[in-house]
Write a protein that binds this ligand. Structure first.
Ligand code: XMP
Length: 318
């Protein structure tokens, strides 16, 4: 893609001038936006970039490590993997309200990130994967937008840490970020990864979050992911995942009555997440996913499929 090739080239040429010899810190989430930001900056300023990946204990199975391993194998960059699972999970103990969960996770992330950034010393810039739709949503300002924004324009993390923002993707739409990712040679699993919410599995374990319930969801979610991949549906849908419900239902196994958890499957088609429709997956695929979850995930005896559109339903359940 010619336009995106020249975008990559322009960034590689202009970022070193804009940044000078300052240090840049970048939070990696495992998603495409932050990964593209990190690779673009790495190509432009090399070791002046410091990446931080915070494991909040709410990631899908293997998902964080996959991206980190990929980056470590292919790029010689400063990358710290921070194990903060216990801090997040202990703060979430006993919390059931979705907005409360989001707040706790947001604050804890800022706290951990700030600690790690301080260790790097004299960081001047914070790199973020802000896209054009975020820009038009948050400010009425239109016109030539700057890749670097002074810290006093924004609230939250950069303000507290007195850093300026570096936002190389702020003129791009999501589909263009994917093209840039292809241009940078990033692999399909990254380019076509489904969106994953910042609060992670915390908002897919409905109600109280415990290590046991997270483990059940992770196993079920992995099966959903693998079956969508194997059948080719993963790349056709917007998002597909499992949700653990806060109830138990009666089942039967052999001569025994069981009383166990319910998993809901949520698979949707969408173009921008503003509206969505449930995906008409083939009944055989739904059956295979259900059988595998019930047979392979201890503690689950029932699987249901969500057939709600957005609106009025949302994509996530919390
Ligand atoms: P809803 O559930 O509102 O989700 O239909 C729309 C899209 O946004 C994602 N989502 C989030 N992403 N933090 C995020 O970073 C959040 O708190 C959050 N909640 C929902 C969701 O996965 C979907 O792609």
């Amino acid at each position: 893609d010619w336009t995106m090739a020249s975008f990559v080239e322009t960034m590689r040429d202009s970022l070193p001038t804009l940044i000078g010899d300052g240090k840049v810190v970048c939070g990696l989430s495992g998603g495409i936006d932050s990964t593209v930001v990190a690779v673009l900056l790495h190509k432009a300023i090399g070791k002046q970039l410091h990446c931080i990946f915070v494991d909040n204990g709410l990631l899908r199975q293997d998902e964080g490590e996959e991206v980190v391993q990929y980056l470590r194998r292919h790029f010689d960059l400063n990358l710290k993997y921070v194990q903060a699972q216990d801090r997040f999970l202990s703060r979430l103990h006993g919390v059931e309200d979705p907005e409360e969960k989001r707040k706790i996770i947001g604050h804890t992330f800022i706290e951990v990130f700030e600690e790690e950034a301080k260790e790097i010393k004299d960081v001047q810039y914070l790199a973020q994967g802000t896209l054009y739709p975020d820009v038009i949503e948050s400010v009425s300002f239109k016109g030539p937008s700057a890749v670097i924004k002074s810290h006093h324009n924004v609230g939250g993390l950069p303000e507290r840490m007195q850093m300026d923002l570096v936002e190389p993707l702020r003129e791009l739409f999501k589909d263009e970020v994917r093209k840039v990712a292809v241009e940078l040679g990033l692999p399909d699993f990254l380019v076509w990864r489904h969106p994953f919410p910042g609060p992670g599995l915390a908002i897919r374990v409905i109600g109280e979050i415990t290590p046991e319930r997270l483990e059940i969801l992770r196993k079920a979610d992995k099966i959903v992911h693998n079956e969508l991949m194997a059948s080719g549906w993963y790349y056709k849908v917007w998002q597909g995942f499992a949700v653990l419900l806060p109830l138990k239902t009666v089942g039967v196994m052999g001569d025994e009555r069981t009383y166990e958890h319910v998993i809901a499957l949520r698979v949707v088609d969408s173009v921008d997440a503003m509206t969505a429709d449930w995906t008409r997956l083939p009944p055989d695929l739904l059956g295979r996913i259900s059988n595998r979850i019930i047979n392979e995930v201890k503690g689950v005896n029932r699987v249901v499929y969500d057939v709600s559109s957005k609106p009025p339903g949302t994509i996530e359940w919390e």
